[in-house]
Design a protein around this ligand. Structure first.
Ligand code: AMP
Ligand code: MG
Length: 320
């Protein structure tokens, strides 16, 4: 299969309307989309990504009114979150409409719904004329792509089209909130923080592993975000004396790097760290780096989501 790379939202949308698969930019990461009502098109997403069939997809809308096509019911807390945060990096899990094929939600009776922001994304979704289901546009297990070149690296020849856009502004996947019960539950942290969600619905809670996070958010039980290099987390106070690397070593974080780092990315803020992380992982792989040291950050705001991804990618934490 030849993969067309285009910056025309109309050309890309035509592939969706004709039952194809299209990678497209969003503010979180690039997604790999298909028409939510086309089972065969959706099956092509799972095979291109080698995605486990038990991992549900998120449905993306270009307009809030399309949510009616996807959801059997939109509970009050979900309505409040839509009002405040759509379009934005937030996915709401709500009861699924019967018309949505079960392959889209991995057999679940619920569906994750999101309205991404950004001009190109919005134009594309509008032109599709249907909600578009899309997981991240990477081979399963690899770091999510935050630019179109990373999509090409993973999926060239396996998908119909890549819509070129700017690199993703956030760089981490959306916050996922289960709104199917009385109390909203954050299943996956993202750029919309629990502090922000609680300003809208104060009862909102974060799921913990002991609450069965892996059961309620199927994607969380799969290995994620891993570069080929070994990932080691390091506390800010230990960075300077970190010499755990044998062979080539890279560092990303807010502090000055350890002496033996041959590839370094110093970021100015937690937001920049989040935006750059997955791209840095991929750069390290291209350069054949053996070990990546990642500095830890405080767990507040987007720091919670960043630490979640770092822990899932990590092989170990450097002890004192
Ligand atoms: P990705 O876009 O690749 O990050 O994958 C979407 C993720 O959203 C899944 O792995 C789940 O963790 C979560 N998700 C999507 N739909 C649902 C749902 N109906 N219920 C719970 N979690 C969901
Ligand atoms: Mg993914």
């Amino acid at each position: 299969m030849k993969t067309i790379v285009t910056d025309s939202t109309e050309e890309a949308a035509r592939f969706i309307r004709e039952g194809g698969t299209v990678a497209f930019p969003t503010e979180t990461v690039y997604g790999l989309g298909a028409d939510v009502f086309n089972e065969f098109a959706i099956s092509k997403i799972f095979s291109a990504k080698q995605r486990p069939a038990d991992n549900p997809l998120i449905a993306h809308v270009g307009d809030v009114s399309q949510i009616e096509l996807l959801a059997r019911d939109v509970p009050d807390p979900a309505r409040a979150f839509i009002e405040r945060f759509f379009p934005g990096p937030l996915t709401l899990v709500v009861p699924k409409a019967d018309k949505v094929p079960s392959i889209a939600t991995a057999g679940l009776d619920t569906i994750g719904v999101r309205m991404p922001s950004g001009k190109v994304t919005h134009e594309f979704l509008k032109a599709c004329g249907t909600p578009v289901v899309a997981p991240s546009a990477n081979v399963s297990g690899r770091p999510s792509p935050t630019d179109w070149e990373s999509v090409l690296e993973d999926l060239e020849g396996k998908i119909d089209c890549i819509l070129k856009g700017e690199p993703s502004r956030v760089g981490l996947e959306s916050t996922v909130v289960d709104c199917t019960e009385d109390v909203p539950v954050v299943l996956r942290p993202g750029a919309v923080s629990i502090e922000q969600l609680r300003k809208v619905v104060p009862e909102t809670v974060a799921i913990t592993e002991t609450d069965g996070a892996a059961m309620r958010s199927p994607g969380m039980r799969h290995k994620h975000y891993s570069p080929k290099a070994k990932v080691i987390l390091v506390d800010p106070t230990d960075v300077r004396r970190a010499s755990a690397c044998r062979g080539s070593c890279a560092f990303i974080g807010l502090s000055a790097p350890p002496d033996n780092s041959s590839l370094t990315m110093i970021v100015d803020s937690t937001e920049e760290y989040a935006r750059e992380l997955f791209g840095f992982f991929r750069l390290c792989d291209r350069k054949g780096i053996g070990t990546i040291l990642c500095e830890t950050v405080p767990e507040e705001g987007i720091g919670t989501a960043l630490m979640d991804r770092l822990r899932r990618a990590a092989d170990s934490m450097l002890g004192p």
